[in-house]
Design a protein around this ligand. Structure first.
Ligand code: C2E
Ligand code: MG
Ligand code: MG
Length: 611
């Protein structure tokens, strides 16, 4: 068959009918309507026609010899390529025509003979239109699927990118977290991480009765001196070296943390008893006592350690750390390079201390302080040459409180500035009365203790000037007692302040001489007028009668440097005689008088005692 006349734009209709007449009639109608029409007289021809070009529609006669229409339709429907082609059955009225069967085998419509041309055309057009629509839908579906596939691909790519982004964010986040939980100088866990680990340990102890742990709180002794004298870079270098040495005393499951400044925290995990914690503390103290060889200096350093036992009854990890801290303070108080194990009584004391602090704050507001005066006796004349002002706290409930009890707290809280300035003011007021209404042939001196903390006040000298001015006193009779710790702090600044005081003719006395850390070279640098030998040395004089302990040497130092020597805590005639024999210049102590109230001072002076 020649199909070259077929127009590809025209719809192609295949008519299968064994009656040549029928074929001709149908074909001419449809051709006139603009369709390509092909004709097949039997199954064989139909097959060939279909294989050559797939028709758009098949008109199929039912009654045919050999293979009938039903069978042909079934066969086409079974093939993938032809399954979609709409089949319209044609049947003669006298055929035994089963409409139901026609639809069941896959036909879409039927036309009965003799047919109305118009009806044939409409039915053919309908089916072709339906098929076109179906094909269009199929095409659209394919396109849609393609588009979905493309979009899915794009989405996957975006997702991948997002995943990468998330991973890099997570990395950054964990890096930030790492920074937030570690100390940048030593790389050790910081306080936040330490508390977390402590919390874990505490929780574990609550769950497992066999699990026990301990907390060590370590504070370097006098680290500030290193920082101030050698500079912060050296201080930093030392902290790193300390961290390394501490790590060397521990095993990997222990946590070492820098809690801040020169403080370190340690958690000892899974230990069986407190003695293990004590052994670790001892090892640390021993290890830290060895010289640190830094890049430019060799430095000695030690630390005080507080230990608290990881009792499961603790509610919060912070309390454990607090108790280790309290124990550390106790260790420091007992002389540095020491450890101390916390016991609950200490907590009680800490609370009392807090109460004391609060009371003291109120005392400053309400001016609950008094100044007592203790005479200082000249060992040349045997008469009173002056007084030392000693503060007392008139506590509303506890009565008179000794300065040894509240001065350290006042120093720690900063309240000392207000208290000490008040004492200075009161003492200068008293001195002014003596200077304007003399009661002794020689002018009296007034000694006032100055806390080391006052020297960090920038306007200390101006304040003293103001007090001198307001009380109209001759500053040559004012004596300020400082301790060795003042000289240890920031030597240059202190030197300047002391020089300024000297220019005003104020006398400077080194108090509690011999108990601090100062070396003799310090004495040279600072413009001191007298050394006050601490009462502990005076007391020991009697125990060691042959050489009288260190007192002779101390008096010797004072004299050789052009300073006076004042002996403190003289309680017996024997001590007095010894001091006299050593040419000590002044003495002070219960032997002469205890510190007394201001009203009694005049009485004492009026009696003009002589020793
Ligand atoms: P300090 O300056 O060394 O004062 C001498 C202390 O020894 C006084 O104790 C005094 O009462 C006591 N004392 C005097 N003679 C004897 C004696 O024969 N035997 C014994 N055992 N003790 C004697 P106080 O008044 O309790 O003062 C203690 C410390 O408190 C003072 O030691 C001083 O460091 C400080 N302090 C007192 N008043 C002030 C003050 O106004 N400002 C500052 N910053 N500190 C003060
Ligand atoms: Mg004193
Ligand atoms: Mg003293």
């Amino acid at each position: 068959m020649n199909y070259e006349h077929l127009n590809p734009d025209k719809k192609d209709i295949l008519i299968i009918d064994d009656m040549a007449d029928n074929l001709r009639v149908l074909s001419s109608i449809l051709t006139r309507e603009g369709y390509n029409v092909r004709k097949a007289l039997n199954w064989q021809m139909a097959l060939t026609a279909t294989q050559t070009v797939l028709p758009d529609l098949i008109l199929l006669d039912i009654m045919m010899p050999e293979v009938d229409g039903y069978e042909i339709c079934q066969t086409f429907k079974a093939w993938e390529l032809t399954a979609d082609i709409p089949v319209i059955f044609i049947s003669a009225l006298d055929d035994v025509f089963d409409k139901v069967k026609a639809f069941r085998v896959g036909g879409v419509d039927y036309i009965t003979k003799p047919f109305e041309f118009q009806e044939v055309l409409v039915r053919v057009q309908n089916q072709l239109a339906l098929r076109s629509a179906r094909l269009e839908i199929l095409k659209l579906n394919v396109e849609l699927e393609d588009r979905v596939k493309q979009r899915t691909g794009e989405l996957e790519k975006t997702l991948q990118k997002l995943q990468q982004e998330i991973t890099s964010r997570q990395k950054l986040q964990s890096k930030l977290l790492d920074i937030a939980l570690h100390d940048s100088l030593t790389g050790l866990p910081n306080r936040v991480l330490f508390i977390r680990r402590l919390e874990n340990a505490l929780n574990r102890a609550k769950q497992e009765s066999s699990y026990q742990f301990a907390v060590l709180f370590l504070d370097c002794d006098r680290f500030k001196v290193i920082n101030d004298s050698l500079g912060h870079p050296v201080g930093d270098e030392l902290l790193i070296a300390i961290a390394r040495r501490l790590q060397g005393c521990l095993i990997p499951i222990d946590t070492l943390s820098r809690l801040g400044g020169d403080e370190f925290g340690i958690i000892l995990e899974n230990i069986t008893d407190i003695n293990i914690a004590i052994q670790v503390a001892e090892r640390i103290i021993q290890q830290l006592s060895l010289a640190f060889k830094l890049s430019r200096y060799e430095v000695f350093m030690n630390a005080s350690i507080g230990i608290s036992w990881g009792n499961k009854d603790y509610d919060r990890p912070e309390y454990l750390l607090r108790d280790a801290d309290t124990a550390m303070y106790r260790a420091k108080a007992q002389g540095r390079a020491n450890y101390h194990v916390f016991n609950p009584l200490m907590h009680q004391e800490a609370i009392q201390l807090l109460e004391l602090e609060n009371d003291l704050r109120r005392a400053v507001e309400r001016q609950e302080f008094l100044v007592y005066y203790q005479p200082i006796v000249s060992l040349t004349t045997g008469r009173i040459s002056g007084f030392e002002a000693l503060v007392r706290w008139q506590h509303p409930i506890r009565g008179l409180v000794s300065p040894t009890e509240f001065i350290p707290v006042a120093e720690e809280t900063g309240l000392i500035n207000a208290i000490n300035t008040w004492v200075l003011q009161s003492a200068c007021h008293q001195l002014s009365i003596w200077q304007h209404h003399p009661v002794t042939p020689e002018p009296l001196t007034m000694s006032v203790n100055l806390s080391a903390r006052l020297f960090s006040q920038i306007n200390l000298v101006e304040q003293i000037d103001r007090i001198i001015y307001e009380n109209k006193i001759n500053p040559a009779y004012l004596e300020l007692e400082i301790t060795e710790s003042v000289l240890m702090e920031n030597t240059n600044a202190i030197k300047i302040i002391l020089q300024q005081l000297k220019q005003r003719k104020i006398k400077l006395i080194m108090d509690d001489f011999g108990t601090g850390y100062s070396s003799l070279s310090y004495l040279h640098i600072f413009p001191l007028n007298a050394l006050k030998i601490d009462k502990s040395f005076v007391k020991r004089m009697q125990e060691n009668k042959e050489n009288m302990g260190l007192v002779p040497a101390m008096i010797g130092i004072a004299n050789s440097m052009g300073m006076s020597a004042i002996a403190e805590g003289v309680e017996t005639q024997e001590q007095l005689a010894q001091l006299r024999s050593l040419n000590c210049n002044f003495a002070q102590g219960y032997l002469f008088s205890k510190p007394i109230e201001q009203q009694l001072v005049l009485k004492l002076l009026a009696a003009a005692p002589q020793w």
